[in-house]
Design a protein around this ligand. Structure first.
Ligand SMILES: [Zn+2]
Ligand SMILES: [Zn+2]
Length: 561
């Protein structure tokens, strides 16, 4: 039984509820065929799979318990393909089929038109690609943890044999576990991955930073890695009053860089810098402070990590403002787990002078800053990306490996109740429930051209449920036109006059795109004295097996075969 966590509906808004349920029927789910003023409901199950049956659960008050499924099943006449029932003030729809394959696919995404990832951007395009879209626990094969890759504009370059040109600017927002595989599938080479904006330092938002850092210099990011994030939170350590951890981005980068020393040294028989690189200045990039590498690394070196610490308390603080590319990133505080979490807004001016804008809230409970930023003084934004969580009840039973919530008396019921309680704490302190997302959206004027729910375990059932929760507050919102749920490798092509949603057509067996260097490189750190790298400089070869023996006999071929 999959729960379609649904509707908070008073009879006075019956018509509204009816509208939303008709919209939800687009997924081949339960269709409410009539809804009378006295609360009588009739339904029809189009049964897309031939197996889906649904019923309605109800609660008699806002905070009242939902009636159990068994109770509902017992009390509903005509349960199945169609029937009718009188429902009280609050109700939600539940499905009965434990094998419902809806949890194993996200049809909306699969039906998007494909896009070749090597398609050049238009000169007036902002392209947003989701490289990760999942709440943690777990990293899914279908969904890596959060990462949003954004490119703006285009310049042709016949010498660029991979892309035939390059975006005028590009940004990574968050880089959670597993997203690297999607960057590779989307044929995004490391040279396009040099600016990372971290919304907060949870593992699901930064753990692939180590991969980006480690392997960029071995490929074609022969320049430092720039990492934006919050200053220290300033939260007192309750176990030792008066003390404060340095949990800011600079210290994070310094510790990470030190931890990756073995890696960086081991790869430094290859060149890690350009001979002609000119590091950006604070003025050129509009940074809040000078870009200084951690741990004393050279600002010319690809293994330099350069933190840009932001004052998370500032609303509209400037993180990056590049006059040459016309791209600007600002930040604002959100509410998530611990002080220091920020949302980012990217604004880019097209060659024709139109501003395209995107907000990425990252993780947050419902708060007012996102509403104000998205309303944007009455100008609105083009794309508003905001997190959402499934209801704690659904989250709990899915985490417990169940297809439905256990009922009272079930052996798993006590554990389930405890899990729901724990997840409710998590939700209320740090995340945005489905219905609250709808409320937030209802408060934004003008509405974003496209709103995207992210950090969400998508599948047909969870999305259908969430859509109804949202439309309960925003009844006119249409799936696809106004609102979508993100998925890995979903691409949004944002133009001044339209937004196209695409599914990147990728290979699951990708290699990195060809390395392309932008100029002459410096001699490697471990070299042979003549400027060539020496891969043997750091190893003891005394026990190695040679291809050939001193008597000339052969052990193995040196060409690898
Ligand atoms: Zn988080
Ligand atoms: Zn998260």
């Amino acid at each position: 039984m999959n729960t379609y966590e649904i509707l908070r509906s008073a009879r006075s808004i019956h018509l509204l509820a009816l509208t939303t349920l008709f919209q939800a029927a687009a997924w081949g789910q339960l269709q409410i065929t009539s809804f009378q003023g006295d609360g009588t409901l009739t339904w029809n199950d189009p049964g897309a799979t031939g197996t889906n049956n649904y019923a309605v659960e109800w609660a008699s008050s806002l905070n009242g318990n939902w009636s159990s499924w068994q109770d509902a099943a017992g009390r509903l006449s005509g349960l199945g393909a169609s029937g009718s029932v009188a429902v009280p003030m609050f109700y939600r729809v539940v499905a009965t089929d434990p094998t419902n394959a809806a949890t194993q696919r996200y049809t909306y995404f699969q039906e998007l038109p494909p896009l070749d990832p090597l398609t050049p951007l238009a000169t007036n395009e902002m392209r947003i690609i989701f490289m990760g879209s999942m709440i943690p626990l777990p990293v899914r094969r279908a969904q890596a943890e959060m990462s949003v890759f954004v490119q703006v504009g285009w310049s042709n370059d016949p010498n660029d044999r991979v892309y035939g040109g390059r975006a005028r600017d590009q940004f990574i927002f968050d880089c959670g576990a597993g997203c690297s595989a999607n960057f590779a599938a989307a044929v995004v080479g490391f040279r396009r991955m040099d600016k990372v904006f971290i919304n907060h330092l949870h593992g699901d938002h930064m753990s692939d930073l180590s991969h980006i850092y480690c392997f960029g210099p071995a490929a074609d990011r022969k320049t430092p890695l720039y990492v934006w994030g919050s200053k220290p939170s300033g939260v007192e350590n309750p176990a030792s009053p008066g003390t404060f951890y340095d949990d800011g981005t600079s210290n994070f980068c310094a510790c990470l860089r030190q931890a990756l020393r073995w890696h960086s040294e081991s790869f430094s028989f290859q060149s890690t810098c350009y001979s002609n690189y000119v590091p950006p200045t604070k003025e050129q990039w509009g940074l809040p402070h000078d870009p200084v590498p951690v741990c004393g690394d050279s600002p010319y070196d690809a293994y330099a990590m350069v933190p840009i610490e932001l004052d998370f308390e500032k609303i509209g603080g400037v993180a990056y403002d590049n006059a040459a590319t016309e791209a600007k990133v600002t930040h604002y505080p959100v509410i998530h787990c611990r002080k220091g979490s920020m949302g980012y807004k990217l604004e880019w001016t097209t060659p024709e002078g139109k501003t395209l804008s995107m907000i990425y809230s990252s993780d947050t409970k419902p708060e007012t800053n996102s509403i104000a930023q998205a309303s944007n003084n009455g100008n609105g934004v083009d794309v508003f990306i905001h997190e959402m969580v499934v209801p704690p009840a659904v989250w709990a039973y899915k985490n417990m490996g169940l297809s439905a919530a256990p009922v009272e008396g079930d052996a798993l019921y006590p554990e389930y109740v405890q899990t729901v309680q724990g997840l409710t704490f998590v939700q209320n302190s740090s995340h945005t429930p489905q219905g609250a997302f709808g409320y937030l959206l209802s408060q934004i004027e003008p509405k974003p051209r496209l709103t995207v729910a992210t950090h969400f375990p998508v599948a047909d059932d969870t999305v259908a449920s969430a859509f109804v929760s949202v439309t309960n507050h925003c009844p006119t919102v249409q799936m696809g036109r106004d609102l979508v749920w993100s998925f890995d490798l979903m691409a949004l092509r944002v133009f001044p006059d339209r937004i196209e949603q695409r599914r990147l057509a990728v290979s699951d067996y990708s290699f990195n795109p060809p390395v392309q260097l932008d100029g002459g490189t410096c001699p490697p750190k471990y070299n042979d004295g003549n400027g060539s790298g020496n891969p043997y400089a750091q190893i003891d070869t005394s026990a190695s097996i040679s291809p050939t023996n001193t008597d000339g006999s052969v052990n193995y071929r040196i060409d690898g075969y």
